[in-house]
Design a protein around this ligand. Structure first.
Ligand code: KG4
Ligand code: ZN
Length: 411
């Protein structure tokens, strides 16, 4: 099955084309094309993602990104196409809210043959609704003109699948050498506990049966990525804050390790670990964020040099809480596999803490973390989830696919 997947839930415009084989027990994927354009530079000057701006950027970028993905997949065949009048009218209606996109869409579609793909998968939520809608309308228009079935994908399920996927080592060398050129998902021991940590989500969900999720815990206020971004802003670091905090924290960590000043330096700032001992798998990060605010406002002025120590202690606090709650959830659910997904799973310190603690405390549980390039939003993960939904016949009538900013992964 060849899947073309579209992701526009936040500030990445991404399209991937995957060839998938196998079934729910064992599946192999070849990434034929993967094009992604990050809007970080556009949003940076505002210090965060603006939905209307994100939507406009997606509308501008979708056609070039599609062309790049098809070209890489060697599925682009130039040939003049006549679009029947009624199809043209329907597409104009579907794309009515994206005038710039309509023009580019028709221009591109009328010059290339329908590609050899079987399914179009698109992120329907959760995410920023205006941004989601552009991708959805674009997918609907493609499904109409190419007469392909449509699958609506939950973005968080995409993160779960990206974390479950590993490099397919027996793949022929011809498929390329990048880490995610050939992937496989197999031998997944159930139940699977997933810690999903991104800009909009912090949740623990358990999958006892394939594609059926139950919520085990979630944040009661801010998402962990949001806390990273807000604390970064307090420290006058650029958006997105997660990688910046991580960079500074790593510097502090290695300086401390080198100078052996561990005690003096780490104790310079002490931040709370909210809800760490509460008898629940829920999280709270608002208090931690506010504690940083008070530290900056009420304490002695923090120099440029000291910022890294704040970042260090903040990252330690986040990792401690994430670990404690996940460990509790592993015990409660008796999970045999732990996956960590979402943009924050790119964090080096969190990855290290989890790898170490899993060995020490849950050696019988397999830890699966996505390769670095699959942690933040991309369309490969949407294709992976789209494949499983398509296997189950989860095709959607175009009219029923709607953006749902709060779409939940749990039942
Ligand atoms: O999954 P994602 O790409 O988009 C959403 O679905 O939200 O996650 C983005 C979030 C941002 O808050 C960003 O600051 C955070 O992931 N992030 C990180 C790191 N890289 C990205 N947080 C901590 N450490 C990182 N290395
Ligand atoms: Zn995401």
């Amino acid at each position: 099955m060849k899947i073309l997947a579209i992701e526009t839930s936040c500030d990445e415009t991404a399209i991937a084309i995957l060839e998938a084989q196998g079934d729910e027990k064992s599946a192999q994927f070849t990434v034929l094309g993967n094009a992604l354009l990050s809007q970080i530079e556009v949003h940076k000057e505002y210090g965060g993602v603006f939905p209307a701006l994100a939507k406009r950027e997606h509308a501008k970028n979708l056609v070039p990104i599609l062309e790049a993905a098809l070209e890489e997949a060697e599925l682009l065949r130039e040939d003049a196409q006549a679009i029947p009048e009624e199809v043209r009218a329907k597409i104009s209606e579907t794309l009515a809210r994206e005038p710039g996109l309509t023009e580019a869409f028709f221009e591109f579609i009328s010059k290339c043959e329908p590609p050899d793909i079987d399914v179009i998968a698109v992120t329907a939520g959760p995410g920023l609704e205006p941004a989601l809608w552009v991708g959805i309308n674009f997918a609907k228009a493609l499904a109409l003109v190419w007469e392909k079935p449509l699958v609506a994908v939950n973005h968080m399920e995409g993160h779960v699948m990206a974390a479950l996927a590993s490099r397919h080592h027996t793949a022929p060398p011809s498929v390329g050498s990048s880490a995610e050129a050939a992937l496989e998902i197999k031998d997944v021991a159930m139940p699977v506990l997933a810690l999903l940590i991104s800009g909009g989500h912090t949740e623990l969900v358990v999958m006892k049966k394939w594609l059926e999720y139950e919520l085990v815990g979630q944040t009661r206020d801010d998402a962990v990525g949001e806390a990273f971004d807000k604390v970064a802003r307090m420290l006058a670091l650029p958006y997105p804050g997660g990688p910046e905090i991580s960079r500074l924290a790593e510097i502090a960590r290695s300086e401390i390790a080198r100078s052996n000043l561990a005690q003096g330096s780490t104790l310079r700032y002490k931040l709370p670990r909210p809800m760490i001992d509460s008898a629940t798998c829920d999280f709270s990060f608002a208090g931690l964020k506010t504690a940083v605010l008070y530290l900056l406002k009420n304490g002695p002025a923090i120099s440029e040099k000291d910022k890294k120590h704040v970042a260090h202690e903040f990252e330690n606090a986040v990792a401690d809480v994430l670990w404690k709650k996940t460990s509790r959830a592993l015990e409660e659910t008796r999970a045999k596999t732990l996956v960590i997904g979402g943009g924050v799973s790119a964090n080096k310190h969190i990855r290290r803490v989890f790898a170490k603690k899993m060995k020490e405390m849950h050696a019988d549980v397999t830890l699966r973390i996505p390769s670095a390039s699959l942690t933040t939003d991309n369309a490969i993960m949407i294709a992976l989830a789209g494949f499983y939904r398509a296997l189950r016949g989860g095709f959607a009538e175009a009219e029923t696919v709607r953006a749902d900013g709060n779409r939940s992964i749990a039942l």
